[in-house]
Design a protein around this ligand. Structure first.
Ligand SMILES: [Zn+2]
Length: 360
């Protein structure tokens, strides 16, 4: 039986799913097996053994709190792949330097573009590593479409392994998909996910699931079409709403998906956080401070938590650097990067950089 490893370019898949249909949702439990079955057919209906599934993806770091839920959702997505489907997940962090994740949410003059690094190299490294490891796999399937994979596919084939590409029409580079396989990148015709939509689609079947909340009212089990994780208790919609109300504004998207336990360690962490001194300012927090001293192109904002450096380019939202005076109250957003060159020379030696001064 041929041993197969599946290597998924998560960044590519994420950004091209929409072309498979609006609101199309992939069943990640089925995807590798559906693609594997296609290879089995091409081999003359021999069965294949999928020995490992890799997902290479990214998530944001150093972003503004307004996007906290988006980042958390992505994190939960990776957790689901690991815990529910036994994927090997490698996540690389993209530094947003104290900004919003979506360009439309950033200042119009901000030409920042996040640098996504490592994902394709990580995929290539793993594929080559296991190709060189005796008996690890016979066939590597790449779910992706980037031409950057040409060299690694060639090298893997030089090691005597077979390669296959599963891709999406319109999102696959010519070098990977062209009929003559002139670059020698694959051993099978490209598998098009567009032809397998019904097999890989997430089906939201309504079924009976037991709500584990002790205060649940009404018939139990309840009917739901929600995704239910295998090692986590399920709480019905009504019970989750009750939990949120009890917790006040501690809204937690984990709960929305019925994934968090009511008295788990997250709760303890949250309590610890809330008892921390209120003067602590975290990256991305919007805070109030007083302009302490001003120089020609920069200044410092004084807060209980220490002084923050800002440059004239950090002033946005109607704040004009030239009109600021020492003693002005300003709202600002803390960025993580400390300005070492100013440390000890100005302020109190604690100065951290500010990403934006919002309101003068
Ligand atoms: Zn319930």
């Amino acid at each position: 039986m041929a041993k197969v490893m599946v290597f998924i370019d998560g960044t590519w898949l994420y950004s091209n799913l929409r072309t498979l249909g609006e609101d199309f949702q992939v069943d990640y439990g089925k995807l590798p097996h559906v693609v594997g079955n296609q290879i089995a057919k091409k081999l003359g209906d021999k069965s294949v053994d999928i020995v490992r599934i890799f997902m290479f993806g990214s998530n944001a770091t150093n972003f503004l709190d307004a996007d906290k839920e988006m980042v958390k959702r992505r994190r939960i997505f990776y957790d689901v792949l690991r815990e529910e489907y036994n994927y090997e997940v490698e996540v690389y962090l993209v530094d947003y330097r104290g900004r919003r994740l979506k360009r439309k949410d950033r200042h119009p003059d901000d030409d920042f573009s996040p640098e996504e690094k490592c994902v394709d190299i990580a995929l290539a490294s793993s594929m080559l590593y296991f190709a060189a490891l005796p008996l690890a796999y016979d066939i590597a399937i790449v779910i992706g479409g980037d031409r950057d994979y040409v060299p690694v596919l060639q090298k893997v084939r030089l090691l005597g392994k077979r390669t296959a590409i599963a891709s999406i029409h319109g999102a696959c580079s010519f070098e990977l998909s062209e009929g003559k396989n002139l670059k020698g990148v694959r051993d099978f015709d490209v598998i098009w996910l567009n032809d397998l939509l019904e097999e890989i689609r997430m089906s939201n079947e309504v079924r009976d699931v037991v709500c584990k909340a002790p205060f649940h009212i009404g018939p139990n089990p309840v009917k739901t079409d929600e995704f239910v994780r295998k090692n986590r208790p399920f709480y019905c919609k009504e019970c989750r709403e009750k939990m949120w109300k009890q917790r006040g504004d501690e809204y937690d998207p984990d709960d929305e998906e019925g994934m968090a336990e009511p008295n788990d360690s997250n709760e303890q962490v949250r309590q610890k956080e809330s008892s921390a001194p209120s003067m602590a300012i975290r990256t991305g927090d919007s805070s109030i401070g007083v302009v302490k001293r001003l120089m020609e192109f920069c200044g410092f904002i004084e807060t209980e938590a220490g002084d923050f450096y800002f440059g004239m380019d950090d002033c946005v939202g109607g704040t004009e650097f030239s009109k600021l005076k020492p003693g002005d109250r300003v709202e600002f957003i803390a960025a993580r990067v400390p300005r070492k060159e100013f440390r000890g020379r100005e302020g109190n030696g604690n100065a951290e950089e500010v990403s934006l001064v919002l309101n003068g």
